[in-house]
Ligand binder design. Structure first.
Ligand code: SF4
Length: 353
């Protein structure tokens, strides 16, 4: 049986209006409050978020008050929630809203996605919940729920499955009450269609759920076994952060191998080798102020970044790792091919001042 999209949307909205939990950011219709709550709720439980959210709104009640605040103050109000890039992005975004958007969050998901720290999920949430725009969203709860309703026959974390989920959500989201529909999907996924022992007997979608009606609930979502992060090989290195007259020193990887052909901060497995690598005399601080950690599909990276003072001219020793090393103007960095790790480090370079 192929469920009708309209039926699904109606079931979801009706169920949400019956079942929804009262939360401080619900029913306010204020884009700023919804934005802050959505960012805080990423990776964090609702109960933990509520006191942070209330303190935040008391201290920064508007976009303008947030944009005018010192970053230290903003981080202090985030302290304990973790993933601090979220707070830095919120602050940067508030400044951009004041500078270019009249201190208001734009209505369209497309414009929202162009702002710092706002991805497709958050853009869909703000646009549909605050502004009533017919925009879709997919989070982990929605993905699990719909993988069961539509019996999606692909690894739920794969890009093919995600593409299909976004397509389905875009077709499902109704023109009327898109915010209630999106919140209803998330609420059903989180309270009813739980990872273990979903409560099918009290689910509003059981008559249209393909997994339930074909008695295959246990088979969905399909999750391919992954290597545990802790079992992945750790690649630890030391990177040089060196700036001179508006330029930054970058090394160009050999074409083959990990990050082949990309530019990065000059790196070595030992800090002591960085001087020989550049041919300059280097003076390091006592401790790094930045350690970048990242999990790749088969490896873990840990990069200690050293803001360094240097004397002498650049005389690089190129070899198996690098084909070139040179100074690049900071404003031209966007044009260079770089790994996500290097971009992430450069984005955080303010921490190295
Ligand atoms: S019927 Fe069961 S499996 Fe299907 S959506 Fe509802 S809770 Fe999930």
């Amino acid at each position: 049986m192929t469920p009708s999209f309209q039926d699904i949307a109606e079931h979801v909205v009706r169920d949400y209006r019956k079942r929804k939990r009262e939360l401080p950011w619900r029913n306010c219709g204020d884009a700023y409050s919804i934005w802050i709550s959505e960012i805080m709720l990423q990776q964090t439980r609702i109960a933990a978020v509520i006191p942070y959210y209330q303190r935040w709104l008391a201290r920064f009640p508007t976009v303008e008050s947030l944009a005018a605040a010192e970053l230290d103050d903003v981080l202090a109000h985030w302290s304990g929630l973790g993933y601090y890039s979220r707070a830095r992005n919120i602050h940067a975004c508030a400044k951009e809203l004041v500078a270019n958007y009249g201190a208001r969050l734009p209505q369209s998901a497309k414009e929202l996605r162009a702002l710092p720290g706002i991805g497709p999920y958050t853009a869909g949430a703000i646009s549909s919940i605050a502004y009533g725009q017919q925009e879709a969203l997919v989070d982990g709860n929605v993905a699990r729920l719909l993988s069961r309703v539509f019996a999606i026959d692909a690894d739920i974390k794969s890009s093919a499955a995600m593409k299909e989920l976004w397509r389905l959500c875009a077709e499902l989201v109704p023109a009327r009450a898109p915010g209630d529909f999106n919140q209803g999907l998330m609420e059903l996924g989180s309270l009813v269609c739980t990872p273990q022992n979903p409560k099918c007997s009290s689910c509003a979608l059981r008559s249209v759920c393909q997994a339930f009606t074909s008695n295959r609930v246990e088979q969905f979502p399909i999750v391919k076994k992954r290597i545990r992060d802790s079992d992945k090989t750790l690649l630890e290195s030391h990177a040089l952060f060196l700036r001179r007259r508006g330029k930054i020193l970058l090394a160009h990887r050999q074409a083959k191998g990990l990050y082949g052909g990309l530019w990065e901060l000059p790196q070595s497995c030992a800090r002591a080798q960085l001087g020989a690598l550049t041919g300059m005399s280097l003076r390091f601080p006592r401790a790094t102020s930045l350690v970048h950690e990242q999990v790749l599909s088969h490896r873990r990276l840990k990069i200690h970044v050293w803001p360094t003072a240097a004397s002498g001219s650049l005389r690089p020793t190129l070899g198996s790792s690098y084909q070139d090393m040179r100074w690049h103007a900071i404003e031209s960095l966007a044009e260079l091919g770089m790994s996500a790790a290097t971009r992430a480090i450069l984005k955080r370079s303010a921490e190295l001042e």
